[in-house]
Design a binder for this molecule. Structure first.
Ligand code: FAD
Length: 311
C-alpha cells in the first residue's frame, strides 16, 4: 500500500506527489491523463517566474519534476470508486477502471474540472484560436479587440466586466430572458459603455476565417431572428464542471455544484482523505493556485500520517 495516493495528474496532483515524495513516504499518482487541463492550453503567461510557456511544455516539465523522485506514476488510469478506511488510520481503497485496486493510508483527490462547452459548430475547431474559457488567462490576448462572453451568470458577468477593461468591446449573450448574476454585478456591467447585453440569445455557431474566429451567429429566442456579430474572441462562461461523477453518493461530501468541500487544510469530510485544485470548493481555478493547494494537501496528509502511526 501507499502512504499517499494522489488521484489526478494536473498541477494539483503533480505538486501533491512531489511534496509527499520529498517527505520520504511512499507515493503513487494515478491519472487518466497526466497534465490535465494544462495539456489543452496554448500560451501560459501567469505562472509566476515563467513569463511565457506553453501547455505541453509545462506538462513535460511537471512530469520531469515528478520523475526526480521515487513516485509510482500510473498514467492513463481512471479511478471509478473510492472506498474509505473502516477505521481512522486504516487503509482507503481506490478501484480503477482496469479492475485494479490501490490501497493507501491517505488519499489526495485532484481530478480537476472541465469547462462546460456550448456544443455548437466551430467551438471545438476554433478552441484556442479565438474560443477561450478563462478570462484571467486569455483576456490580455484580446487587448483592444471585440469579444463575446457567453453566459450571464456570475462568472459570465464577472468575465465581461474584467474583459471590458482590456478589450475594445464586449457583447454578453445570455440564453435566458434575464441574466442570473448578482444584481451588484449586473449594475456594474450596465454602467460600462463598451458592453452590449443581449438576452434570450442562443448562440448557434462560431464562425472563422483563416483559421481564426471572425464572428458568431445567434438566434433571438423571442423572435426567432438570426443575427451575426463580428468579433475576434468568444469567452464561454456557462460553467466549470468538477470531475467528481465517480464520487457522487460516496463518503466524501460535495457542494451543490459537485465540488469536493475542503477546509483551509484541504481536509475533506473523511479523515485521511484530502483534495486539491479545481475539483474542490477553493475559489479561483488557476495553475498556481492548484499547485499551492496540491502542496498543502500533501503536507496535511503527511501530518495525518505522523499522528496516526503508533510505531
Ligand atoms: P486538472 O488540470 O483538471 O487535472 C485533473 C487531472 O485529473 C488530470 O490528470 C485528469 O486526467 C485526472 N482525472 C480526472 N478524472 C479522473 C479519474 N476519475 N481518475 C483518474 N484521473 C482523473 N490556468 C492558469 O493559471 N493560466 C492559464 O493560462 C490557463 N489557461 C487555461 C486554458 C485552458 C484552455 C483551460 C481549459 C484551462 C486553463 N487554465 C489556466 C486553468 C488551469 O489549467 C487549471 O486551473 C488547472 O489545470 C487545474 O489543475 P488541477 O490539477 O486541479 O486539475
Amino acid at each position: 500500500p501507499f502512504e499517499v495516493l494522489v488521484i489526478g495528474g494536473g498541477p494539483a496532483g503533480a505538486s501533491a506527489a512531489i511534496y509527499s515524495a520529498r517527505k520520504g513516504i511512499s507515493t503513487g499518482i494515478a491519472a487518466e491523463r497526466f497534465g490535465g487541463q494544462v495539456a489543452d492550453t496554448m500560451g501560459i503567461e501567469n505562472l509566476i517566474s515563467v513569463p511565457y510557456t506553453e501547455g505541453p511544455k509545462l506538462v513535460a516539465a511537471m512530469e520531469q519534476h515528478v520523475n526526480e523522485y521515487d513516485v509510482d506514476i500510473m498514467n492513463m488510469q481512471r479511478a471509478e470508486e473510492l472506498i474509505p478506511a473502516k477505521e481512522k488510520g486504516g487503509l482507503h481503497e481506490v478501484r480503477l477502471a482496469n479492475g485494479a485496486s490501490l490501497k493507501s493510508k491517505t488519499i489526495v483527490l485532484s481530478t480537476g474540472a472541465r469547462w462546460r462547452q456550448m456544443g455548437v459548430p466551430g467551438e471545438e475547431e476554433y478552441r484556442n484560436k479565438g474560443v477561450a474559457y478563462c478570462p484571467h488567462c486569455d483576456g490580455p490576448l484580446f487587448k483592444g479587440k471585440r469579444v463575446a462572453v457567453i453566459g450571464g451568470g456570475n462568472s459570465g458577468v464577472e468575465a465581461a466586466i474584467d474583459l471590458a477593461g482590456i478589450v475594445g468591446h464586449v457583447t454578453l449573450i445570455e440564453f435566458g430572458d434575464e441574466m442570473k448574476a448578482d444584481e451588484v454585478l449586473q449594475r456594474k456591467l450596465r454602467s460600462l459603455d463598451n458592453v452590449k447585453i443581449i438576452t434570450s440569445g442562443q448562440t448557434t455557431e462560431i464562425v472563422g476565417e483563416n483559421g481564426k474566429v471572425s464572428g458568431l451567429n445567434y438566434t433571438d429566442r423571442k423572435t426567432g431572428d438570426e443575427h451575426h456579430v463580428e468579433l475576434e474572441g468568444v469567452f464561454v462562461q456557462i460553467g466549470l464542471v468538477p470531475n467528481t461523477e465517480w464520487l457522487k453518493g460516496g463518503p466524501v461530501e460535495l457542494s451543490q455544484y459537485g465540488e469536493i468541500i475542503v477546509n483551509d487544510r484541504n481536509e475533506t469530510s473523511v479523515p485521511g482523505i484530502y483534495a486539491a485544485g479545481d475539483v474542490t470548493t477553493v475559489p479561483y481555478k488557476q495553475i498556481v493556485i492548484s499547485m499551492g493547494e496540491g502542496s498543502k494537501a500533501a503536507l496535511s496528509a503527511f501530518d495525518f500520517i505522523i499522528r496516526n502511526s503508533a510505531e
